[in-house]
Design a protein around this ligand. Structure first.
Ligand code: GN1
Ligand code: MG
Length: 361
């Protein structure tokens, strides 16, 4: 590995001599190293990342999206932190190693992250960070970006896929029988949950630059001030709905419980966390959103939660082929947990809307 990393450093013209490296293990998809370089006057750390091309079929499209988005942020918000990707002598922000693996190199930011958010100040800061990111990119034409995972948040299509799969002989059996009640609920709310994606596909909602992984630990915080520094993980940046980035954050951060909780009495929308996240988020981005986007945010949280429930349940009947599972009923538990959360969101749509309205005054 030492030699591979050195060669990559040379490709990207990093100054000085490679001193040491360590593997960073939080991340399930790509392989990440922190690599230190020594120069006359000190040392600099970098992140070297090998992209998992099983998960990401067109990594060069991801890098092109990243390039466009980070250029925009650097140009219009020169004082803000953003990730910096190094280039080879031909100006490319990626390279291949001798075995054909796909690599990129970025600056290392000395920071901390939070895997879960019980502290409301942290929740508000995470909201601020994602709101700021959305604001920075609000006048960027999202339609020029590659859709690196086609129909990723096309809820209408996701739900159709689920119901088609329930008719497929290949997936008939115990698992399908087990989820009859869950399917009945999804069928009941199918039209409501699909509505925003139908509008988006009919070009009736703005095409935004979306992050698509708006979870707590994708925000870096300063170790000293505990202020948010920068949003990370640009791999799923694509054209999409701002409403769903907000919704997905609410789904993951404002659930009172965790994503696969089996005690469903513990699964509900935590209003304090919802309020704190919304406060941070809208403080940054409210002036950049349309009235319709703002009014659709609560429904977006409900819709994306139904969407993810359907993805988990679909994967369950297919035999757990997409999501990693820790035990046989993991996808079933996750699906039911998301449905329980969605039901609580449904009961609280008006409250959520009122809180958002207050934050956008
Ligand atoms: C996947 O890999 P991870 O955990 O960041 C999924 C998201 C889901 C999430 C649920 C590319 O994200 O859409 O919300 O699981 N990402 C992809 O845990 O499918
Ligand atoms: Mg991710």
């Amino acid at each position: 590995m030492d030699k591979t990393l050195r060669n990559i450093g040379t490709t990207f013209c990093l100054p000085g001599e490679m001193d040491n490296f360590e593997i960073i293990t939080n991340g399930n998809v790509n392989t990440t190293y922190k690599v230190s370089y020594k120069e006359d006057e000190g040392a600099t750390d970098y992140i070297f990342q090998k992209i998992n091309t099983v998960a990401f079929h067109h990594p060069e499209e991801i890098m092109e999206n990243i390039d466009r988005v980070t250029r925009h942020i650097n140009e219009y918000f020169p004082d803000d932190d953003t990730l910096l990707f190094y280039r080879d002598s031909d100006g490319r922000n990626y390279c291949y190693d001798e075995d054909g693996n796909f690599w990129r190199v970025m600056n290392y930011v000395d920071s901390i992250t939070f895997n879960s958010c019980d502290d409301l100040n942290v929740v508000e800061s995470v909201g601020q960070a994602f709101g700021h990111f959305a604001m920075q990119l609000s006048d960027f034409d999202g339609s020029v970006l590659y859709e690196t995972i086609p129909d990723f948040h096309n809820t209408e299509k996701r739900l159709s896929t689920l119901f088609e799969d329930t008719e497929n002989e290949e997936y008939k059996g115990e698992r399908l029988d087990e989820i009859a009640e869950d399917l009945a609920y999804i069928a009941k709310v199918r039209e409501l949950a699909s509505g925003l994606s139908v509008k988006y596909n009919a070009h009736e909602l703005p095409v935004r630059v979306t992050h698509n992984d708006t979870k707590c630990n994708n925000v870096l915080f300063s170790k000293e001030t505990l202020q948010p520094l920068v949003v990370i993980d640009y791999d799923t940046i694509m054209p999409g709905m701002a409403i769903y980035d907000f919704g997905d954050a609410v789904r993951s951060i404002a659930n009172h419980s965790s994503e696969g909780e089996t005690d469903l009495s513990q699964v509900y929308l935590d209003k304090e966390k919802f309020t704190a996240f919304s406060k941070g988020y809208f403080s940054q981005v409210k002036d950049s959103l349309t009235k319709e986007e703002i009014e659709s945010m609560a429904l977006g949280a409900f819709s994306i939660t139904i969407e993810l429930a359907s993805r988990f349940l679909d994967d369950y009947i297919k035999g757990d082929v997409y999501f990693n599972v820790a035990y046989p009923k993991h996808n079933l538990d996750r699906g039911r947990c998301q449905l329980a959360l969605a039901k609580d969101m449904y009961d609280n749509l008006d409250d959520m809307k009122a809180i958002i309205e207050e934050m956008c005054k």
